[in-house]
Design a binder for this molecule. Structure first.
Ligand code: SAM
Length: 301
């Protein structure tokens, strides 16, 4: 099939395979012909070396973005949960010999192993039109797993793009903003209207790119750092004093001391805090817990 963005040809293909869209799996397929080439170009152009480029795609659908990636990359591994799409992909992309289709839930997949087994020796990027119901967990998995990847170029809901690309310390920021900025530099590349998809979703979308780099700050314990971020945003309308006190189960005087030691105003809201603020609070929480716990090695003397 030549054009995977031709709506009547796509409908004919899907009906021949007896395929019906699953809302639960976030199945909105791209039919705007200009979007996938732009996404694939951006993904491939993010490369930092001359090594052959390997791509991980999540959710190929009928393969409209996959095809553009296959034309530009050395090898593409695409992960599709819906097994009904496998024969469709076989028909649309069966002629490419640089493609591997993996039938799995991306959230349950060992991506380190997948990269080692399928994309060894290549510079790896992720590119996907994400199923929106798992946008945050997928992005967090890609970042927290510390994968050997260079960039993540993904289509997400417009509102999620704003949140993910906001600067920490500004009104649009949230827990995922802080986490994303810890691991990478996010950038909004372009907007995509709801009419670009079949079926059209209720919301507009945007393509963002996250370029991975060394962490922006260096808290003593990452686990505490992320606990503090989640805790501070758990009740984002409350002051950081109140939200941390309830989410970390610490009494208010202890949190007051922690915030004072970290140089953070106790009446501030989480959205106003920078990554540096969160790192200092995290270290002060660790210090407090060491002092409180008589069994901790640093207090045993
Ligand atoms: N890439 C295609 C496109 O742009 O037209 C389809 C994108 S559609 C928004 C999302 C795709 O992700 C669907 O094919 C859906 O079946 C697949 N999907 C949903 N949940 C998934 C999961 N947990 N793991 C892997 N793929 C998933």
């Amino acid at each position: 099939m030549e054009r995977l963005t031709d709506i009547s040809a796509v409908r004919e293909l899907l009906s021949r395979h007896g395929f019906t869209f699953s809302k639960a799996l976030g199945q909105n397929f791209l039919v705007n012909p200009s979007v996938c080439p732009r996404m694939a170009d951006a993904a491939v152009q993010s490369r930092a070396t001359d090594a052959p480029i390997g791509v991980i795609e999540i959710g190929p659908g009928i393969g409209v973005l996959t095809k553009e990636l296959l034309l530009r990359a050395d090898r593409v591994v695409t992960v599709e949960l819906d097994r009904r799409l496998l024969p469709v992909l076989d028909e649309t992309l069966g002629d490419f010999d640089n493609l591997k289709v993996v039938n799995a839930d991306v959230l349950a997949l060992d991506l380190h192993r997948l990269i080692a087994d399928e994309l060894g020796g290549r510079e790896v990027v992720v590119c996907a039109n994400l199923p929106y119901y798992i946008t945050s967990p997928v992005i967090m998995k890609l970042l927290e797993d510390r994968l050997p990847i260079n960039s993540i170029t993904v289509m997400v809901q417009k509102e999620a793009a704003v949140r993910l690309c906001a600067e920490p310390g500004t009104r649009d920021s949230s827990a995922i903003t802080a986490a994303v900025h810890y691991y990478c530099d996010p950038k909004l590349l372009f907007h995509v209207s709801a009419g670009s998809f079949l079926p059209a979703p209720k919301v507009d979308s945007a393509v963002i790119q996250l370029r991975l780099r060394e962490p922006a700050v260096h808290p003593e314990h990452e686990e505490t750092f992320f606990r503090v971020i989640k805790g501070a945003f758990a009740q984002r309308r409350k002051t950081v004093l109140n939200s941390l006190s309830s989410s970390l189960s610490l009494d208010k005087n202890a949190v007051r001391d922690i915030l004072k030691a970290a140089g953070v105003d106790e009446s501030a809201r989480a959205e106003r805090l920078t990554l540096g603020d969160f790192a200092r609070i995290s270290d002060a929480v660790d210090l407090h817990q060491r002092a409180e716990s008589p069994l901790h090695p640093s207090t045993e003397e």
